[in-house]
Design a binder for this molecule. Structure first.
Ligand SMILES: NC(=O)c1ccc[n+]([C@@H]2O[C@H](COP(=O)([O-])OP(=O)(O)OC[C@H]3O[C@@H](n4cnc5c(N)ncnc54)[C@H](OP(=O)(O)O)[C@@H]3O)[C@@H](O)[C@H]2O)c1
Length: 249
């Protein structure tokens, strides 16, 4: 972990899955808003930071619970954590019978278990700071997901957790929020046989989700945006025929 200034009064934010896609955009946004950002990921060699970003990349597999908790405890001991963004996630799709037990475990552990553990580890700090827990769920949480039953279940679980946590912790000043994006142009679908449509109106950009985070944080004290659903104008996905071409579903 990079050397950190213990004397800073800057508010700190922890973002999981900061090495790409939505988590990277959210980290950059929080950095631009003046937060000291600790971004978790396994591989930052692919990450495209802005030159001005001063994000602390924390190389950590979030499924290594002992390592994850040790990092978080160290950050919370030295910094005033005001924001937790539970964003790290994996996507495995297809007929449920074709998913392996290992993939099912990865889905549940990454998308659901890790946010619960991180929240548990940080909740006392976030109560002290009247902070935010922003859970990146998905539109799949509220719909039926053939060819994505397990993925959708993890996102529904996360949304349920976020909703109950809001009721449990609101009296302590904590803001538990769910963001549910639709198809966003990231690498999440690398394991899928479909991808977003070519039309720019058929997908969201990671920055759209980062803008939603900014809007949540801009509300006056005592106003909490508990749920945001973001959808592109058009609903179009394409089957991947090969790497470079596809036809519309
Ligand atoms: N893209 C969409 O259409 C969409 C729609 C709705 C919701 N979401 C949700 O948005 C979140 C971010 O996904 P994305 O679309 O931005 O995809 P992405 O670019 O693949 O990002 C996933 C992030 O999660 C991290 N991650 C995964 N497993 C990890 C592990 N074991 N330990 C540490 N980090 C891990 C990855 O880091 P490393 O690669 O460095 O391990 C990466 O930074 C996910 O929760 C996803 O379900 C996405």
């Amino acid at each position: 972990m990079e050397c950190m200034n213990k004397n800073t009064n800057t508010k700190a934010a922890i973002v999981t899955g900061a090495s790409s896609g939505i988590g990277c955009a959210v980290s950059q946004k929080l950095c631009a808003l003046g937060y000291e950002v600790f971004g978790f990921g396994r591989d930052f060699s692919k990450t495209k930071w802005h030159e001005t970003d001063k994000i602390h990349p924390i190389v950590c597999d979030v499924l290594d619970t002992a390592q994850l908790c040790a990092h978080v405890r160290q950050i919370a001991a030295q910094h005033s954590v005001h924001v937790l963004v539970n964003n790290a996630g994996v996507g495995y799709y297809g007929l449920h019978e074709e998913l392996s037990p290992d993939k099912i475990k990865r889905l549940v552990r990454t998308n659901l278990e890790t946010p619960m553990i991180l929240t548990q580890q940080l909740l006392r700090h976030l109560k002290k700071n009247a902070g935010y827990i922003i859970n990146i769920s998905s539109v799949t949480a509220a719909q039926s997901n053939p060819h994505g039953c397990a993925y959708g279940a993890t996102k529904a679980g996360l949304a349920s957790f976020s909703r109950s946590l809001f009721d449990e912790s609101r009296k302590y000043g904590v803001k538990s929020i769910t963001i549910s994006p639709d198809m966003t142009q990231t690498n999440l679908y690398r394991n899928a046989d479909f991808r977003e449509g070519d039309d720019a109106a058929s997908y969201l950009l990671p920055d759209d989700v980062a803008d939603a985070v900014e809007w949540i944080l801009a509300q006056r004290d005592s106003v909490i945006v508990t749920d945001i659903t973001l959808k592109p104008q058009h609903h179009r996905i394409q089957r991947k025929v090969n790497k470079n071409c596809g036809h519309q579903l």
